[in-house]
Design a protein around this ligand. Structure first.
Ligand code: HEC
Ligand code: HEC
Length: 291
């Protein structure tokens, strides 16, 4: 009997030993089993909810695509529009999670808030299998939201100092009206250009100044950059979102990066100015929104 127990003890240790070797070896295969399961899960989600627009190959050519404008995103080149990283960089998962959660208002891309979070994270892993870029590059660095120098200004000071400064930046320094509409007269723009030492550029003020300029994105969609007093924005529901969008630009379009190109006080001022244009539609942006 004693002998028997000792034998069990021996075999028990032996079995444990074998199991621990197995346990180590299951950590080796790439991608890890857990990751494969997530992708498989994500594929199921994708085939149920996304394929109709984004297509089986992730090329943006699902059956519904023909009727949509702009077209659903083609995932094969790993380029996205509305990120927190400078345009052109690969996004961190968090950026895609936000887009999938909130959708892109004003386009056909719906909000998937009602899908369980695990399914949203999983479908993002699946989307990433469409572009080889994800194996070759790491995600970019989200642009830093600098402290808002006007955070403690009174509403009156915002109105009388910050918004006018933003208006001057918008028309005289960053020339947002090269694509978006202008919101002041041509004479006023000439004056703002002079303020920033660019008076000679007044000659390039286009005649249809108060209309957006037609542009084309890298996927061939014809786009009119939004008129902030009329159009819904796709990725902006807080002041901070707006700062990030102006700072990071829009991937695959002509909308440039402004972070690092102009002083922070001007970047914030133009953010307040655009927010004041959005307010004309009765929409007041909160300072920030959660993920
Ligand atoms: C009804 C059609 C439709 C469905 C269904 C749909 N999308 Fe989209 N999606 C779009 C359109 C249209 C765009 C491009 C909008 C634009 O460029 O303004 C888009 C863009 C995107 C983008 C890119 C955003 C960017 O910043 O470039 C992602 C990511 C995305 N969709 C994920 C998904 C996922 C995941 C699903 C399924 C859970 C899904 N979509 C279902 C229409 C759809
Ligand atoms: C060279 C052209 C160009 C210039 C200059 C430009 N933009 Fe844009 N902008 C675009 C285009 C194109 C889009 C539309 C992207 C889309 O919907 O796919 C856009 C979109 C936007 C959006 C909306 C993003 C959303 O969530 O829908 C904001 C905000 C914006 N621009 C602000 C600005 C500001 C402020 C400036 C100046 C500091 C500026 N842009 C300069 C081309 C430009």
């Amino acid at each position: 009997m004693r002998q028997g127990l000792r034998m069990i003890g021996f075999w028990g240790v032996a079995v444990l030993g074998v199991m621990s070797v197995l346990a180590q070896s299951v950590q080796w295969p790439q991608p890890p089993i857990q990751q494969r399961q997530v992708i498989e899960n994500g594929r199921r989600v994708y085939l149920r909810y996304c394929v109709g627009c984004h297509g089986e190959k992730g090329d943006g050519q699902g059956p519904a695509a023909a009727m949509l404008w702009p077209k659903p995103r083609d995932f094969r080149d790993g380029v996205f529009k509305f990120l927190t990283v400078p345009r052109g960089d690969l996004p961190p998962d968090r950026d895609l999670f936000r887009i999938v959660t909130h959708g892109l208002p004003g386009s056909a891309m719906p909000s998937w808030r009602l899908l369980p979070e695990t399914e949203r994270w999983a479908v993002i892993q699946y989307i990433k299998t469409f572009a080889t870029r994800w194996q070759e590059e790491s995600p970019g660095q989200p642009i830093e939201v600098a402290p808002d120098p006007y955070a403690f200004y009174s509403p009156e000071e915002i109105r009388s100092e910050v918004i006018p400064r933003g208006e001057a930046v918008y028309h005289g320094l960053t020339k947002c009206w090269a694509c978006h509409p202008a919101y002041v007269s041509a004479d006023q723009i000439a004056e703002y250009l002079r303020q920033f030492g660019r008076g000679e550029e007044a000659a390039s003020i286009r005649p249809d100044l108060h209309k957006p300029q037609k542009t084309t994105d890298r996927w061939g969609n014809i786009l009119f950059p939004p008129d902030f007093t009329r159009n819904r924005l796709k990725s902006v529901s807080s002041l901070e979102d707006l700062y990030i969008r102006i700072g990071a630009g829009v991937g695959g379009t002509e909308m440039p990066v402004w972070k690092g190109q102009i002083p922070e006080e001007d970047l914030w001022a133009v953010t307040y100015y655009v927010a004041s244009l959005i307010e004309k539609r009765g929409i007041f942006l909160p300072r920030r929104r959660p993920l």
